[in-house]
Design a protein around this ligand. Structure first.
Ligand SMILES: C[S@@+](CC[C@H](N)C(=O)[O-])C[C@H]1O[C@@H](n2cnc3c(N)ncnc32)[C@H](O)[C@@H]1O
Length: 378
């Protein structure tokens, strides 16, 4: 389901909080087989994380090759099986969890490549960073952030991978737009996720636990194709994995969830000509044009600086609304990392920085004020 128009800001916020709370508990528990009951995460309740990951397509060698604790049994497939990674490539993992796919990708892209994991749950990012330290990886990093507001610059990534995450997002069109933005021209998506194969009943859709279990938020194959194409992707392929029913039916034992959802592999490519067209119209060397031109050098950089608190998230949503209403070309980042917060110069949260200028600190301005603050920098 394309939820962009159908949910209020408060409802989206409730979903994001539920997801962070659940995966925070999963990360903190540190145990195997999700480390949680069947009602709190994607994945089976009665299996170890090892058997869960073997069931979705990882090999015993894969699981041996990563630091202990990186495999949390949270995937619904194996995106690396379709990513075709090559040495030297830059890889981004959306919703990196304990880092399983990042560490496997790191071995494939080698020392000349780089892997970045982004996750919205602070406890997951901490856990993944500890795992990276255990394994002495120097080509992997983990960033706290939302896949709807990626903390990465335009056209910097060769391959985006993701495993059982996008179904959790309350704004999937935005996720695909952000993926498109950060991919280099010709860059590709290799994603495993849960998709809907029948109308999901309203009582399941409304169930928060079913959402955090990667079921209630699933979109249909047609909706995913549509969102990817609208974002600009080509060579879109969404391939349902019918055999996934055998392990997904264990996710919520006693319920018919596999009547409604299955795992799928999702592939797409950003056209190789994507930025060449823009370059022709807007040469990178000359950015004297207005912020409305759409070229990456002319996009505004808006940082909402916060701690994850309710008013910080409220400010983020209002800023996104202001950007949408003004129709301004802008990258909105949610800055929660303490070092990055200090670098902005903001000492009272939440704060707002537009193109390097601090616009407000310690309060949530109204939508009207925010629009004015952004307009002042256009
Ligand atoms: C089912 S787990 C999958 C973890 C990992 N990909 C794996 O296969 O082990 C979902 C992960 O996505 C993260 N997540 C959910 N929604 C997110 C969002 N909007 N932005 C960033 N991360 C998100 C959660 O914190 C969690 O770590």
């Amino acid at each position: 389901m394309n939820h962009r128009e159908s949910r209020t800001i408060a409802e989206n916020e409730r979903l994001r909080n539920a997801v962070r709370r659940n995966y925070g508990e999963v990360a903190a528990s540190g145990s195997s087989g999700c480390g949680c009951s069947s009602s709190s995460c994607c994945g089976p309740s009665g299996l170890t994380s090892e058997s869960a990951s073997l069931a979705v397509g990882y090999s015993p060698d894969d699981l041996q090759a990563v630091p202990e604790g990186a495999n949390m049994g949270l995937g619904c497939g194996n995106p690396l099986a379709i990513a075709g990674l090559k040495p030297g490539e830059v890889v981004l993992d959306l919703g990196s969890g304990g880092g399983l796919d990042c560490f496997l990708a790191a071995a494939q892209v080698g020392e000349t490549g780089r892997v970045i994991g982004v996750d919205t749950t602070p406890e997951m990012v901490s856990r993944a960073r500890q795992n990276a330290a255990k394994g002495n990886y120097n080509n992997v990093e983990f960033r706290l952030g939302e896949i709807e507001n990626l903390p990465l610059a335009d056209s910097t990534v060769d391959v985006i991978i993701s495993n059982c995450v996008i179904n959790l997002s309350p704004d999937k069109p935005r996720v695909f737009e952000e993926a498109y933005r950060v991919l280099k021209p010709g860059g590709r998506l290799a994603i495993s996720d849960v998709i809907a194969v029948a109308d999901i009943p309203e009582d399941i859709r409304a169930d928060l636990a079913m959402h955090t279990q990667c079921i209630a938020g699933a979109s249909t194959l047609a909706e995913i194709q549509d969102m990817l194409q609208s974002a600009g992707f080509e060579q879109v392929q969404v391939t349902p994995q019918d055999e996934s029913r055998s392990y997904m039916r264990e996710w919520v034992p006693g319920t018919p969830i596999t009547d409604y959802v299955v795992a799928a592999l999702i592939q797409a490519r950003k056209p190789a000509t994507a930025s060449a067209d823009v370059e022709t119209q807007q040469p990178a060397a000359d950015c004297s044009c207005s912020t409305q031109c759409g070229h990456s050098c002319c996009r505004m950089e808006i940082k909402v600086v916060g701690s994850g608190c309710a008013s910080c998230k409220r400010l983020l949503e209002l800023v996104k609304d202001a950007v949408g209403q003004l129709g301004v070309q802008a990258d909105v980042f949610y800055v929660t990392d303490i070092e990055e917060i200090m670098a902005t110069g903001i000492i009272q949260l939440p704060g707002l920085v537009v193109d390097g200028k601090i616009k407000t600190t310690g309060r949530v301005p109204s939508l009207r004020e925010l629009k004015q603050m952004i307009q002042d920098e256009m």
